[in-house]
Ligand binder design. Structure first.
Ligand code: PLP
Length: 366
């Protein structure tokens, strides 16, 4: 399939952010987007890169009514020497396809979609911020578009990728966040959709997050749905607890998102000789360890924030300070290592970084 490219007219171009130090998250989107359509008879067709703008869908589109929607989140970086790099991007598209299968949506061709993404990034390369800690956030998305009021899988879909410059995910940056252990609401149960990136998971989590925010917390820490006993994950991040010399993270049993950053952290920690356990960890064990000083650090892992240190955990009305309320040593080392690999200032022994070939692609207005 050819990718039809239509460039925005000079008058349509948006103004780029002037102060990269003030970049937030997800507020600014670039000049172009990648898009393609699917019909069950035809497969994927109409692949194009076109000026960023509205998509038109029928009010009866099944994605709106029955929630067939999936997405991904990944980043491109202006690495050292002006290289444009992606970090483990193929893993994101493979996970996207697993999400698609779970919701009876069609898979995309990973190589083709990545080619579309790379062309889009090169066309909008001026949008990639250059300051350390900033990047270009990439949001692949698929939604069911067949107009039909009745529950069954849709026959039609639209896939698109939008991109935009981002800074720190939390306004705290690398300052430790306060988390509230949620023992009323649940995010996902084993057998449900907790392990895929679908809109409904996030809609279901909003009320808990809002209530926690009102009490002064950044995020909630979810417990397992069956017993409200084991720690699962936080908002859009997986969690790692350092108790004594053991790094503990929840196992991938179906209710948590298999984070790529989580996987990178596990790989690096094992290489550093740290004991890593993917096991059930009860909130009681965490609180006990916090009380007697054995909980050395706690942090979230995710593409958006990379490593987000936790400075306080509140459970059943009791506050527990973690790592003296500061970013722990291991959290900082992990952050520096991953960001170093991403920006090309540290070696990449795992082959995680893919450089986009800036020579190959040329654009002419069509
Ligand atoms: C995206 C996401 C993560 C982190 O995944 P990464 O691949 O590391 O970005 C963790 N939990 C949830 C619920 C998420 O949506």
């Amino acid at each position: 399939m050819e990718i039809q490219i239509t460039q925005a007219a000079p008058g349509q171009l948006k103004s780029k952010p002037t102060d990269e130090s003030k970049l937030g998250f997800g507020e600014i989107l670039s000049d172009h987007m990648f898009q393609m359509d699917f019909e069950s008879e035809k497969g994927w067709f109409n692949a194009c890169i076109r000026p960023y703008g509205d998509i038109s869908i029928d009010p009866a589109a099944m994605g709106i009514h029955y929630g067939q929607e999936i997405f991904e989140g990944l980043k491109a970086y202006n690495a050292k020497d002006g290289d444009i790099c992606l970090f483990r991007a193929k893993e994101n598209f493979k996970r996207f396809n697993r999400s698609a299968t779970r919701l009876c949506m069609p898979e995309v061709d990973v190589d083709f979609t990545m080619e579309g993404l790379k062309k889009l990034i090169l066309l909008d390369r001026e949008w990639i911020p250059k300051t350390e800690g900033t990047s270009l956030y990439i949001r692949p998305t698929m939604i069911a578009t067949e107009p039909h009021l009745g529950v069954r899988p849709s026959n039609n879909y639209i896939f698109f990728i939008i991109i935009g410059p981002v800074g720190a995910y939390y306004k705290e940056g690398l300052n430790p966040v306060k988390i509230y252990v949620e023992d009323k609401y649940v995010r996902a149960a084993v057998g449900g959709t907790g392990e895929i990136k679908t809109a409904g998971n996030y809609a279901a989590s909003l009320l808990a997050a809002e209530e926690a925010k009102e009490k002064g917390f950044t995020q909630v820490l979810w417990l397992d749905a069956a017993e409200r006993k084991y720690v699962e994950e936080v908002g859009t991040m997986n969690m790692v607890f350092i108790i004594d010399d053991e790094a503990i993270t929840a196992p991938l049993t179906g209710s948590i998102l298999p984070g790529i950053t989580r996987d990178s952290v596990i790989t690096i920690l094992k290489d550093w000789g740290t004991k890593v356990s993917e096991r059930n960890l009860s909130i009681d064990e965490v609180i006990e360890a916090a009380k007697n000083g054995r909980l050395k650090e706690a942090f979230g892992t995710g593409t958006a924030a990379v490593i987000s240190p936790v400075g306080q955990i509140t459970y059943k009305g009791e506050d527990h300070i973690v790592a003296g309320g500061k970013m722990g040593e291991l959290s900082q080392r992990l952050y520096d290592e991953i960001v170093g690999i991403q920006y090309g200032t540290k070696p990449d022994p795992y082959g995680w970084v893919e450089q986009i070939d800036t020579e190959k692609v040329e654009f002419s207005n069509s």
